[in-house]
Write a protein that binds this ligand. Structure first.
Ligand code: ATR
Length: 307
């Protein structure tokens, strides 16, 4: 049976899933608010079809997308379980909020205070975080290396926390954090100071573009949701800071945010979040299926969807 996985489902559909249920097998989903832009269903359904060629069981698995508001999250998690959903991905604004409702024994989740992947087990929803892994591999794809680098992190929400932890684990020289809500930067920095990933040598600093200590050659990472809408302005004016070596935006749709457009105009090497989407997704898929993720199929699916 063909399933239209590009439909954006809502809580109301989940409440009546047994009637509107588009298929009977194991289900997976990404949940966020907004969510229409997400390419996770295209990517994961292509991967499941590929796995199904050698293990027919995966032909019965489907991945959906749901628009779930923060106040609906708790009820939605119960309903997802009741309706045979084995795994979930979480995006804006749920990554940090979900911690209240899940179990975890994963250091990356405890120390970042954020989860992007859930799997249902006998204990309930278990939380994992594959964002840091995805970011690290995406930077590696671009031959950008975190150890010893000055990193400017834009954002202090769930995605930013995972990125911060990854940068600390890979021993960046300094981590500067900028956020619209300044108070969140300070709570994130005091949280990170307790992390086992923090080496004595890494400086943790709230960022503002007047920072006279910052030299050229930093890595800029956007982990805010500013840029998801075509009309969004850039979270940072790159002409106001010493020339960075690389600019990475976790957003992949639109493919070029205002931040990346400015980087390109200034001749600064940059990349959007497409490769991070694939690597974090591959790690999530492996957690759910226990199979090696078909990364080339996933890359091909997202590139085709964007072109
Ligand atoms: P996620 O789970 O994907 O990280 P989140 O936890 O809601 O989502 O975090 C979103 C991030 O984008 C936050 O850093 C948020 O800043 P605030 O802490 O001030 O809310 C940032 N963000 C969202 N909309 C923004 C906007 N219009 N301008 C600047 N930053 C924005």
């Amino acid at each position: 049976m063909h399933v239209e996985t590009e439909i954006v489902y809502k809580l109301v559909h989940l409440k009546d899933w047994s009637n509107c249920r588009p298929h009977e097998g194991t289900a997976l989903a990404v949940i966020g608010h907004p969510i229409a832009h997400s390419l996770s269903p295209v990517m994961h359904n292509a991967a499941l079809a590929e796995l199904g060629k050698t293990t027919p069981e995966f032909n019965e698995w489907r991945y959906f997308k749901f628009d779930i508001a923060p106040e609906e999250l708790r009820e939605a998690l119960d309903l997802f379980h009741q309706n045979n959903f084995l795994g979930l991905n979480l995006t804006v604004p749920h990554k940090a909020l979900v911690l209240e409702y899940i179990h975890t024994d994963v250091t990356a989740v405890e120390e970042s205070g954020a989860a992007n992947t859930l799997k249902h087990s006998g204990k309930g929803w278990m939380g994992f975080n594959t964002d840091g892994y995805g970011l690290n591999h995406a930077l590696e794809d671009e031959s950008v290396s975190i150890p010893g680098a000055d990193v400017i992190l834009l954002g202090a929400g769930g995605a930013a926390r995972a990125a911060a932890l990854e940068c600390l684990a890979w021993r960046c020289a300094s981590l500067r954090i900028q956020n619209r809500t300044r108070s969140t930067i300070h709570s994130l920095i005091s949280h990170l100071k307790k992390s086992t990933a923090l080496a004595g040598t890494t400086e943790l600093i709230p960022f503002d573009s007047e920072d006279s200590e910052l030299g050229a050659g930093a890595i800029v990472i956007n982990a805010t949701s500013l840029g998801l809408k075509a009309e969004d302005e850039s979270p940072l004016d790159l002409t106001k800071i010493p020339r960075p070596a690389f600019v990475f935006d976790m957003i992949y749709r639109p493919a070029q945010t205002a931040l990346l457009l400015q980087a390109t105009k200034l001749g600064i090497k940059n990349a959007n979040g497409l490769s991070m989407l694939v690597h974090q997704g591959a790690a999530s898929l492996e957690l759910w299926t226990g199979e090696k993720a078909p990364i080339p199929t996933m890359q091909q699916a997202v590139r085709a969807a964007l072109s």
